[in-house]
Ligand binder design. Structure first.
Ligand SMILES: Cc1cc2nc3c(=O)[nH]c(=O)nc-3n(C[C@H](O)[C@H](O)[C@H](O)COP(=O)(O)OP(=O)(O)OC[C@H]3O[C@@H](n4cnc5c(N)ncnc54)[C@H](O)[C@@H]3O)c2cc1C
Length: 392
């Protein structure tokens, strides 16, 4: 065996999942880690890869067939995202599409669906997602960005931060408070809006993030941004319930990207440990090298199982919150452990650009903090799974 066997029947439950895995891996493998690194280093987008993924239908595996997608769900998207990352090309933009497409599909009007879903499916349209605010952070109930009714629709004021890839997007899905709702005594009267990124009144400032990814992050300000009636997604004031249709998929997709990074790292580490000899045997014969890799493999496979299960629950319309949270939590930890050990196995080369490992660190590390932090996941599990009292 030349490569670790990650595609075992342990993970893939449906028969069509293996061919999907192989097709995505083959397509992305033609581009590879170096292509991705070069694009990031040059400050460019990996447009050829994005377009190839869109043309092949892999960006839209979770979009209904009537809107040009593959008609699958999170199970298929999990595979597409993981395999793309496993080839050394982790795409946060695929994670963003996992939030917005399910929300539009579930709550958007027919015209909103027709306007957005086919483009999201084939990669020609993008929509960023803005929920996080500087003064609210993990506490969505404190969101201050607000939408006030006007004769023509709504007027949006406020700001978001850490909004990813908004510079490449045609619109941003914004979670905003109803400015004129009587929310006395209510925790949240939130709504979701599709805001074109070229609307007058929007400004954005790049955040200097450590990540080595094509997607950049921005602080975004809305100063009396006029929105037409078509901007509202679903029901006014039902934004909090609606947004959760995208947040579990986001956690599952974030787990998928980390699982892919972990596989990339472990594959490289195993190959290096087999080939590299500095004494009389390959370094992989030393248990100090082999055991941490074996332990990392177990951690990654466990995270992948959780992720696949969370995707399955989501697709069945069952409560996937606990599984999605645990999948993201486990995948973040497992991938960081695997990546760190892969860097260690490579000795000094682990820190080189050439071997393509060290610069994956920040995107893997990101998912301990985002889209929901590990502490907020532990809060959720403590409260909902263990029945412990809430402290905040
Ligand atoms: C690279 C990157 C990309 C991102 N992309 C997007 C995006 O596209 N769209 C978007 O909307 N957001 C995005 N985010 C934001 C991300 O989702 C938030 O950073 C994350 O949700 C945490 O919010 P915060 O940064 O405000 O931290 P805070 O909420 O201020 O938390 C700070 C620390 O306190 C802890 N903490 C807070 N409350 C509690 C509590 N009750 N109990 C225990 N600990 C607690 C947190 O766990 C954390 O460790 C991105 C962030 C990054 C770094």
């Amino acid at each position: 065996m030349s490569q670790p066997d990650f595609s075992s029947s342990l993970i893939d439950s449906a028969e069509h999942h293996r061919p999907l895995r192989e097709s995505v891996a083959k397509l992305v493998g033609k581009f590879g880690r170096r292509y991705f690194q070069d694009a990031v280093a040059a400050g460019k987008q990996p447009v050829e890869l994005w377009q190839a993924l869109g043309d092949a239908g892999f960006l839209g595996v979770h979009v209904p067939e009537e809107y040009g997608g593959g008609g699958g769900g999170l199970a298929e998207l999990n595979i597409a995202i993981e395999e793309t990352a496993a080839q050394g090309c982790p795409l946060l933009s695929m994670v963003i599409a996992s939030i917005v497409a399910p929300i539009i599909n579930a709550f958007g009007s027919n015209s909103l669906k027709s306007a957005w879903l086919p483009g999201i499916a084939n990669g020609t349209k993008r929509m960023a997602f803005g929920i996080t605010e500087p003064n609210a952070g993990s506490n969505t109930h404190k969101i201050a960005t607000n939408a006030r009714r006007s004769a023509a629709g709504w007027v949006l004021n406020g700001g978001k931060y850490w909004t990813s890839a908004i510079d490449e997007s045609d619109a941003v899905m914004v979670v905003a408070r109803q400015a004129d709702a009587n929310s006395e005594g209510k925790r949240s009267a939130l709504s979701l809006y599709v805001v074109p990124t070229d609307a007058p009144g929007i400004t954005m400032h790049r955040i200097d993030a450590a990540l080595k990814t094509p997607e950049k992050q921005f602080s975004v300000f809305f100063d009396n941004v006029a929105l037409g009636p078509e901007a509202l997604i679903g029901e006014e004031g039902a934004g909090l319930q609606q947004v959760f249709v995208g947040l579990n998929p986001e956690r599952i997709s974030a787990a998928a990207i980390n699982n892919g990074i972990a596989r990339f790292a472990l594959s490289k580490a195993a190959a290096y440990a087999r080939d590299r000899s500095v004494w009389s045997t390959p370094i992989g014969a030393h248990q100090g090298i082999a055991h941490p890799l074996a332990e990392s493999y177990i951690g990654v496979q466990a995270a992948r199982l959780l992720t696949a299960r969370a995707a399955e629950l989501c697709d069945r319309g069952e409560d996937a919150a606990e599984a999605a949270n645990m999948a993201k939590f486990s995948a973040a930890d497992a991938s960081l452990k695997a990546l760190d050990q892969a860097i260690q196995v490579h000795g000094g080369n682990g820190l080189s650009h050439e071997y393509g490992l060290a610069d994956l660190w920040f995107i893997a590390r990101l998912h301990k903090t985002a889209p929901v932090s590990r502490e907020m996941i532990l809060n959720y599990i403590a409260q909902h799974s263990l029945g412990l009292p809430k402290s905040y």
